[in-house]
Design a protein around this ligand. Structure first.
Ligand SMILES: CCCCCCCCCCCCCC(=O)CSCCNC(=O)CCNC(=O)[C@H](O)C(C)(C)COP(=O)(O)OP(=O)(O)OC[C@H]1O[C@@H](n2cnc3c(N)ncnc32)[C@H](O)[C@@H]1OP(=O)(O)O
Ligand SMILES: CN(C)Cc1n[nH]c2ccc(-c3ccc(F)cc3OCCn3ccnc3)cc12
Length: 393
């Protein structure tokens, strides 16, 4: 639901709900804040409440990434019924937080001074994002987390202001982020959908329910998939494919109003397969040309309080380009590959052209939405989900 007042967000350079609609309609897209230089940026860190200290977290350090994992696995995002909580793996965090150009001091934690216990976290990674035709250097903000015992103490605004300060010190003034909650002010709202891969487990953990007048046997039959992908020439991405895939992906992403601009180094980092983290396949034709690609990432959820099953293994649709192959066929292969790797469910947003194929591929609509936000960047017009070509982890 939408709050009436946002005491913190009303102080920030973000579009507000009560912003007067530009009558002239000619309002250009652009920064909300007056231009600043690095010299204008506050030099000292923001003050934390007594007994807390800032602590940059090196996720390459085994002990530190374990501490980050423990904080998130117990205190990060839950679904609305508090049945599931995201359980990002340590390998996933190392992948997500160390793309080309990453800044160590943008992986920001808060520790209890006396015990050293990690109790809050927020991260930023660099990204070049095209917004309605304008290329903007940004950070993607993610993994904002405050320990359950420290909630509603206004710690989040301090974390947000401090990471903003650190990013500004590097001459970056915009950010992109997504959230399930409504904040001032979404640039787009996406709906999430789920495709059952292991209906028996999903029903037994309460993720899905047996449809009316459906038996379990009939349900298993409904979601059954072939054991092997169907598209000829489908194979895992290799490093040699990166130049071609960068071309293929960049051309496709340029058709969206909000999308990343990837260098070859970023394509190598974000799409090179990492076991249990990111899976990318390409379609190679008879002449050795790459005509399509599909990718999904693995993000399990803890099943809160279930004695039999501990984890729900979910695949999340990432970047997919269907050029020579019909999108429906390519996505069916993604489902087959995810099922083959033991995923219980395949999640997707109704961004890209996904709304055309979700129903035919037997996705069911989810119980919530993911909102897209920009910091210090006004867009004259909210975007439709189908104009979004950006996936945040
Ligand atoms: C130029 C660079 C700029 C970089 C920065 C860009 C901006 C980046 C922004 C961050 C993007 C993160 C993206 C991301 O990580 C993906 S969204 C996932 C966020 N994390 C979770 O949901 C984990 C579980 N929840 C928690 O850990 C806490 O509830 C959190 C930490 C969420 C809030 O802690 P708390 O103890 O429950 O609350 P207080 O400390 O008392 O603070 C209350 C204030 O926080 C506002 N709030 C609540 N949830 C928020 C959310 N998801 N984004 C932004 N703001 C959020 C809320 O509206 C209120 O402000 P208001 O008074 O105006 O209403
Ligand atoms: C994106 N990234 C920033 C993580 C993140 N934060 N907040 C969120 C709210 C929804 C989704 C989401 C995105 C796509 C999807 F198919 C299902 C989703 O959530 C299901 C509900 N749920 C929440 C937790 N466990 C289950 C992600 C996120």
């Amino acid at each position: 639901e939408r709050k009436k007042t946002y005491a913190f967000w009303e102080t920030q350079p973000v579009a507000q709900f009560n912003d007067s609609v530009s009558t002239s309609g000619s309002a250009e897209d652009g920064p909300i804040d007056a231009p600043k230089t690095v010299a204008d940026v506050r030099q000292e860190p923001y003050n934390l409440p007594e007994s807390f200290v800032w602590s940059t977290c090196d996720v390459n350090d085994t002990k530190t990434v374990e501490e980050v994992y423990q904080l998130l696995t117990m205190n990060y995002v839950e679904d609305d019924e508090a049945m599931f909580r995201f359980n990002y793996s340590q390998e996933f965090l190392q992948w997500a937080l160390q793309p080309p150009g990453y800044q160590a001091n943008w992986v920001l934690g808060v520790r209890v001074s006396s015990s050293g216990k990690l109790v809050a976290f927020i991260t930023g990674v660099p990204a070049t994002v095209r917004v309605r035709g304008k290329e903007v250097s940004m950070v993607e903000i993610n993994f904002l987390c405050v320990h359950k015992k420290l909630r509603a103490k206004r710690l989040a605004p301090v974390l947000i202001k401090e990471i903003t300060r650190r990013v500004n010190l590097r001459g970056i003034w915009q950010a992109a982020y997504t959230a399930g909650v409504v904040l001032p002010k979404p640039v787009a709202t996406a709906q999430y959908w789920h495709r059952s891969l292991n209906p028996k487990k999903l029903i037994s953990v309460g993720f899905s329910r047996l449809a009316p007048r459906m038996t379990l046997a009939r349900t298993l039959k409904l979601y059954k998939l072939p054991d092997q992908p169907q598209t000829p020439g489908l194979r895992p991405l290799t490093a040699q494919d990166v130049p071609q895939v960068t071309q293929l992906l960049s051309q496709y992403l340029s058709t969206y109003e909000l999308a990343p601009i990837f260098t070859e180094e970023e394509v190598l980092h974000y799409l090179m397969p990492v076991e249990g983290v990111i899976d990318t396949h390409v379609v190679e034709d008879a002449d050795g040309k790459l005509t399509d690609m599909l990718s999904f990432y693995t993000l399990p959820s803890t099943i809160i309080g279930n004695p039999t099953y501990k984890t729900l293994k979910a695949a999340f649709m990432y970047y997919t380009v269907a050029k020579a192959t019909p999108l429906q066929q390519l996505m069916t292969d993604a489902l087959i590959l995810a099922a083959k790797k033991g995923h219980d469910v395949f999640n997707a947003l109704d961004i890209f052209e996904n709304d055309k194929i979700l129903k035919d591929l037997k996705f069911g609509i989810g119980d919530g939405r993911l909102r897209y936000y920009l910091y210090n960047w006004r867009v004259a017009q909210e975007l439709k989900a189908s104009q979004i070509g950006l996936v945040l982890l």
